[in-house]
Design a protein around this ligand. Structure first.
Ligand code: ADP
Ligand code: MG
Length: 622
């Protein structure tokens, strides 16, 4: 007798549902994602009894046509994948058409929906995944989904639910995350009739942060905005002085979805390494955009974990992006006189399960704490601006005059044009003249020693020069100084590399390279950047060719930055070389008067301080 039997579709649905829909918070997460995917500008979530008995999500998105309103609840029904090539999107955005089917199978649902071109709306009622009623209904454009009696038909699951207040805290955390992930959507949460959250949806992350975390958190932030290769990082991180005792305030979004990732946390934290005491953790709201093909979100059915194909690149993009932002805040790293405990391989270190020891309980407590505070009304743009305006971020002259934000009650009125809240300016402030200093000399042909005030500064001349060149090239102030070679140098490349180099000959000329086709993968180099040795021509061109090939799909700005990194690195004076005094003095002057020269483009510090007090402690004078 055969023992193997196929599960009935209903049982299969229940099992799948258990994976996607663990608790009311996961239902809210899926419904909010759908609302955002549907292009909603306003979404309201209402819950009663921790979402167990009643949960309603209302959006003003595109709505569903009458037939789709039923199809949507079938397993693997999705409008987001049509063609075979879209399948890649399954692994990236996690459109698997499972959520509605899963939710429906374990609850009673009422759906009301209407598209803009339909005269009337559609209503559908389901019980345990089966349609029990359908008809026309008068309703506004958009979708309202009511989920009642969650897990009424799976008592085993019901047993795992915590108290109503614990479940509603989780829901609030989910809603907060979506509000942060989508500042362009006005998100509202009503808990047992009380407003617990409301964001203006003005497209400004600063407004969303203010509404979610309040004034105190918002005032301690530094803005991050950086692009590196195919990665764009945006958001805010806490100032080094405003770190906290756990990771509860770290919020990461990848391609618009909230994720938990050890790799990202580790990349963030290591950017604070020289500026934060052990046992403290930075907070952040950071959003990483990257090609979806480099991402796998299906590690976990609820799509909250991600796997990155190029972990090292992701790490670097976040690490250096944050470093760059912290970099713009005043202060130089001090010399560490105790041995540093830097993990050799940060990516590996982040994978160590012990890394997140403090995560769950602490994170949860942190959420719970934010939630126990009184609900915050939508602040006026002026209030947000005041908080986000730090001494380091001057007001922009063109900031529009403040205007009142519509009250939350108007959420579903015609979207009013909200005034833009100007983000803190990114440009570096003009530095005052550097306090007087004295160049002591050069040690080990690598470090320039300078005395300034009560401290000795150590400048890494390669890192400093590299950064200065990089900034100069990036500002496009001038083409790089070039030297015409007396005898052209032939360089042998792979054919593909040579083709890329020749195709971009005009661009490379701006960086000081003049190349000509020599046939068969060889190119003749007639001119090089002034600081580049002839002998380095080959490795420099190979590196540039690699940049060009890798950056083929990248936008011009990203490609340009990448090339600039390479040129700056190859053309910068090398550690170990002798530097002439005039060049050395110029480097020192630039490092001490400009505040954008604190780290090399790869994030290594340019200058380290050893204070008199530190020395005195070492010599036991104090
Ligand atoms: P997925 O989001 O992976 O496509 P779901 O089960 O969450 O799968 O949703 C199934 C389909 O139902 C979606 O592809 C979409 O077409 C439709 N849908 C769900 N929610 C909404 C909504 N709020 N507004 C418009 N369409 C929706
Ligand atoms: Mg969905």
């Amino acid at each position: 007798m055969s023992l193997i039997r196929q599960l009935s579709p209903h049982v299969a649905d229940l099992i799948a549902a258990g994976e996607v829909v663990e608790r009311p918070g996961s239902v809210v997460k899926e419904l909010l994602e759908n609302a955002v995917d549907a292009g909603a500008r306003h979404v309201t979530v209402e819950i009663q009894n921790g979402g167990m008995t009643f949960l309603r999500v209302t959006d003003d998105g595109c709505g569903m046509a009458p037939d789709d309103a039923e199809t949507a609840f079938l397993r693997h029904a999705t409008s987001k994948l049509r063609e075979a090539e879209d399948l890649a999107a399954i692994s990236t955005m996690g459109f698997r058409g499972e959520a509605l089917a899963a939710i429906a199978s374990v609850s009673r649902i009422d759906l009301l929906t209407r598209t803009a071109d339909a005269g009337a709306g559609t209503s559908v009622r389901l019980e345990g995944g089966t349609v029990v009623e359908r008809g026309d209904a008068g309703c506004p454009v958009g979708t309202t989904l009511i989920v009642r009696d969650l897990f009424y038909n799976t008592p085993a699951r019901m047993k795992f639910m915590k108290s109503d207040s614990a479940e509603s805290a989780r829901i609030a955390a989910v809603v907060q995350q979506q509000a942060l992930a989508h500042p362009e959507v006005a998100v509202r949460l009503l808990r047992d009739g009380q407003e617990a959250l409301s964001t203006p949806g003005d497209g400004q992350l600063s407004s969303a942060i203010y509404c979610v975390f309040g004034r105190q958190f918002a005032r301690d932030l530094v803005e991050v905005e950086s692009r590196w290769e195919k990665f764009t990082l945006r958001g805010f991180v806490t100032r080094p002085a405003a770190t906290r005792g756990n990771r509860g305030a770290q919020h990461f979004f990848v391609c618009g979805r909230p994720v938990a990732s050890r790799l990202l946390a580790s990349a963030l934290e290591q950017a604070y390494q020289n500026q934060m005491t052990a046992g403290r953790f930075p907070g952040c709201v950071l959003s990483l955009e990257m090609p979806p093909s480099l991402l796998d979100v299906n590690v976990h059915p609820a799509k909250t974990e991600v796997r990155f194909l190029k972990e090292r690149d992701v790490f670097d993009a976040v690490h250096y992006g944050v470093l760059g932002a912290l970099n713009r805040t005043p202060g130089r790293p001090e010399m560490e006189l105790k041995p540093r405990q830097t993990p050799k391989n940060p990516v590996k270190a982040a994978q160590n399960p012990a890394f997140f020891k403090s995560m769950d309980a602490a994170q949860y407590r942190a959420f719970a704490k934010t939630l126990s505070e009184a609900p915050r009304p939508v602040p006026s743009p002026e209030a947000v601006r005041q908080v986000f305006e730090t001494p380091a971020a001057p007001k922009r002259a063109s900031a529009p005059p403040p205007q009142p934000v519509p009250a939350p009650a108007e959420h579903f009125a015609a979207p009013a044009a909200l005034p833009r809240v100007e983000p803190p300016a990114q440009t570096a402030l003009p530095m005052p003249e550097a306090p007087s200093y004295r160049v002591i000399g050069e040690a080990l042909d690598t470090y320039i020693l300078v005395e300034q005030g009560d401290a000795v500064l150590f400048l890494d001349k390669h890192a400093a020069h590299e950064r200065i060149l990089f900034e100069r090239l990036r500002a496009a102030e001038s083409d790089l100084m070039a030297q015409t070679l007396i005898a052209p140098v032939p360089v042998q490349l792979e054919r593909e590399e040579a083709a890329a180099v020749l195709e971009h000959a005009a661009l490379l000329r701006r960086f000081g390279f003049e190349v000509e086709d020599f046939g068969d993968g060889a190119v003749m180099v007639r001119q090089l950047p002034a600081d580049l040795e002839e002998a380095a021509a080959e490795t420099a061109l190979q590196a540039l060719a690699a940049d060009l090939l890798e950056g083929r799909a990248a936008d011009p700005q990203t490609l340009r930055d990448k090339l600039l990194h390479t040129v700056a690195c190859k053309a910068a004076i090398k550690a170990g070389w002798h530097t002439d005094p005039a060049e050395r003095d110029d480097l020192v002057r630039q490092v001490l008067t400009r505040d954008d020269i604190k780290y090399c483009p790869h994030g290594r510090p340019v200058c380290i301080t050893l204070t008199k007090a530190q020395l005195e402690r070492q010599f036991k004078r104090s």
